[in-house]
Design a protein around this ligand. Structure first.
Ligand code: HEC
Ligand code: HEC
Ligand code: HEC
Ligand code: HEC
Ligand code: HEC
Ligand code: HEC
Ligand code: HEC
Ligand code: HEC
Ligand code: HEC
Ligand code: HEC
Length: 380
């Protein structure tokens, strides 16, 4: 019985809308004839649902069913919405009033009544971002609608913002840490909770320069790259890697640091003294570009022997930077890690800094010392 009633109601509705001729004039309740255009849509605009059609349509004749819009462009929407053109960084299509380019005025099945899903809405005009996402060997889950339905608009504001690239917040770290405040599942492993790590390493110089400034995008390309972890330069994914060319293998680090660090076996430059360990740690020093060369190319040297060369620059099994450094933050001087992976275990490195050198005593070998001014002899 109930089923039959429903069918007849639906049939009657279909029949009315299919058969009804346009009235001679604006007509009465507009919804009797037009409502099924959005009857099955998920997101219906309240004025449409409520029959406030004349909020946007004005009848142009008492005898014919003809209409024009009450206003052009964003002024039509401005009756009820702010026009989103007041902050520092505007979006041209919004500023130009092309609201209807992205939004359907009546109804749609997408969030915010978009005409297309967000990814399509944005990449229609920014096709390079679609290509980048599709072509990248390392894709970002944030751009995958299945993992993150808000895709582009979880980082960018669709309309306007006060921040560069119309990001929701600044520095970019604040945007990144809205998701990286918990472990995220990458194809190869579960990623660490980066926010928790940064919170633990907050003070002084514990964070690596660009991280301290919240500039994650200096190293990572949020729309994906061909490199490991969407990095902006090359960086091996392993603990050990054959070494042949600093810029090809460690292009990331040597965007900012001097590649002589791993290229010069014998150091002729005199080590610059950094007698005061407090100063040694502080980057507030005004030595500009020289600061990274303060040790005389590198401070990781035993007299004139470059220990970066010795560890990294090996044709078969060079150690990659991650064995010793934590690239985001660490509680030790020089961003040296507290523990290092070895044969499936984490060993304490026991790194100690002296004013002219340092030492480490990892679980896997005896204590080793280096000193820039006076050569240290170590057990083989
Ligand atoms: C009796 C049924 C009926 C009612 C009531 C009705 N319409 Fe229509 N309307 C139609 C039909 C049928 C067409 C298509 C006419 C055509 O294609 O020429 C139409 C077309 C339109 C169009 C497109 C015409 C154009 O100028 O581009 C608009 C806008 C419109 N209606 C708005 C309204 C509004 C607003 C109301 C309420 C004030 C309303 N209609 C009430 C049946 C109706
Ligand atoms: C927020 C403004 C707004 C409201 C409210 C609104 N419309 Fe529209 N309508 C538009 C615009 C703008 C167009 C032009 C077509 C487009 O851009 O999709 C349009 C087009 C139409 C058309 C032409 C066919 C089509 O879908 O393109 C019909 C019919 C129509 N509206 C009926 C209605 C009816 C009936 C209501 C009320 C139940 C209504 N509209 C409420 C803005 C509105
Ligand atoms: C007559 C008043 C009125 C007009 C004109 C109007 N809106 Fe709305 N709109 C509303 C109301 C009411 C809501 C629901 C409250 C809210 O979300 O702000 C709404 C909600 C929205 C939403 C949120 C939808 C969702 O569920 O997420 C969008 C997007 C939107 N309007 C776009 C537009 C655009 C684009 C225009 C111009 C073409 C426009 N509106 C014109 C009254 C209006
Ligand atoms: C480039 C595409 C685009 C244009 C142009 C655009 N919007 Fe949006 N709009 C979006 C997207 C995407 C969302 C969903 C935002 C989100 O979920 O964070 C949205 C959400 C909204 C919302 C609901 C959420 C909110 O911010 O209040 C309203 C209302 C809205 N837009 C109104 C407008 C108006 C008015 C205009 C024209 C002045 C406009 N939009 C132009 C893409 C656009
Ligand atoms: C109708 C075309 C159009 C659509 C749709 C569109 N954009 Fe844009 N967008 C532009 C234009 C034009 C510019 C300015 C030129 C440029 O930087 O490419 C721009 C600039 C940008 C910028 C650079 C801002 C800056 O200051 O450097 C970002 C980010 C952006 N859009 C994101 C988005 C997102 C996210 C969406 C989807 C919600 C989107 N766009 C949809 C046309 C569009
Ligand atoms: C995880 C956050 C995030 C997501 C998601 C995201 N972006 Fe971006 N986007 C950024 C950041 C950060 C920048 C600034 C990059 C830089 O300066 O190197 C940026 C820059 C841009 C620019 C400016 C040009 C450029 O490359 O510097 C455009 C255009 C843009 N994004 C569009 C998009 C579109 C379209 C989407 C969705 C397909 C999207 N973005 C998704 C974070 C994001
Ligand atoms: C909307 C949530 C979201 C935001 C915002 C976000 N991410 Fe992600 N990110 C993810 C998810 C989910 C993954 C895991 C899937 C994957 O591997 O891409 C991920 C993975 C990553 C990875 C590892 C990629 C891989 O597969 O090796 C890096 C690096 C990363 N994000 C950096 C960033 C940076 C930098 C920002 C800020 C510009 C950022 N993320 C903002 C969700 C987000
Ligand atoms: C100086 C360059 C640099 C900066 C700045 C940087 N990262 Fe990274 N990030 C890396 C490198 C290199 C890796 C790979 C580390 C490894 O596997 O040893 C990485 C790995 C990651 C991972 C994966 C971690 C895991 O569990 O393997 C995430 C997530 C991530 N970064 C997010 C961020 C976010 C968010 C920011 C900003 C707060 C940021 N990064 C700033 C270079 C950087
Ligand atoms: C975007 C530029 C940038 C990139 C890329 C970068 N660094 Fe740095 N790095 C800096 C800056 C700026 C400092 C100085 C501030 C500080 O102490 O962190 C620094 C300092 C360091 C220090 C400590 C220097 C000291 O004397 O205290 C180490 C170690 C280091 N970086 C390692 C790396 C490694 C390993 C990589 C590659 C995975 C890398 N960096 C990539 C900018 C960068
Ligand atoms: C075997 C451990 C080890 C490896 C592997 C390693 N480093 Fe270092 N690095 C150190 C130590 C120890 C210091 C601190 C030297 C000092 O000031 O006493 C250091 C210092 C630095 C500094 C600060 C400037 C300087 O040279 O004094 C930078 C930059 C740096 N390392 C970058 C890198 C990069 C890039 C890689 C990979 C290509 C790398 N390191 C690999 C142990 C290592």
């Amino acid at each position: 019985m109930r089923r039959a009633t429903r069918w007849s109601v639906a049939w009657a509705l279909m029949a009315t809308s299919a058969l009804a001729a346009a009235p001679n004039g604006p007509g009465d309740d507009c919804r009797t004839c037009h409502a099924d255009a959005w009857a099955n849509k998920k997101v219906v605009h309240p004025p449409v649902k409520n029959g406030l059609c004349l909020g946007c349509h004005v009848s142009t004749s008492q005898t014919a069913h003809t209409f024009e819009l009450l206003a052009e462009g964003k002024l039509l929407c401005a009756q009820c919405h702010s026009t989103r053109d007041t902050l520092k960084v505007l979006h041209p299509p919004v500023n130009e009033g092309l609201c209807l380019d992205c939004h359907d005025p009546h109804a749609s099945n997408e969030q915010a009544r978009l005409r297309q899903p967000v990814f399509e809405t944005c990449t229609r005009c920014h096709p390079s971002k679609r290509m980048q996402h599709e072509a990248s060997a390392t894709k970002h889950g944030a751009l995958d609608p299945k993992q993150n339905p808000k895709v582009c608009v979880s980082c960018h504001d669709a309309h306007q913002s006060d921040h560069e690239k119309r990001l929701h917040d600044w520095p970019p770290e604040k945007v990144c840490l809205t998701c990286h405040d918990k472990p995220q599942q990458a194809p190869d492993k579960e990623l660490m909770n980066l926010k928790a790590w940064l919170d633990q390493h907050d003070g002084g110089t514990m964070r690596h320069g660009p991280v301290r400034e919240g500039r994650c995008q200096d190293c990572h390309e949020p729309h994906g790259t061909g490199e490991f972890r969407m990095l902006k330069g090359s960086y091996p994914s392993t603990l050990y890697a054959p070494f042949s060319n600093a810029l090809e293998e460690y292009g990331l680090c040597f965007r900012c640091h001097d590649a002589r660090l791993v290229m010069e076996k014998q150091l002729t430059e005199k080590p610059v003294s950094n007698a005061d360990p407090a100063i040694d740690l502080s980057w507030a020093a005004s030595d500009g570009g020289m600061r990274l060369l303060r040790g005389g190319v590198t401070g990781f040297r035993n007299a004139d022997e470059n220990l970066h060369f010795r560890h990294v620059n090996k044709f078969d099994k060079g150690r990659t930077c991650r064995l010793c450094h934590d690239v985001h933050a660490s509680e030790n001087a020089k961003h040296i890690r507290t523990t290092t992976p070895f044969g499936g275990w984490e060993f304490l490195l026991n790194y100690k800094k002296t004013t002219t050198g340092g030492s480490c005593w990892p679980g896997c070998h005896a204590e080793r010392k280096y000193d820039r001014t006076q050569r240290q002899e170590n057990p083989r």
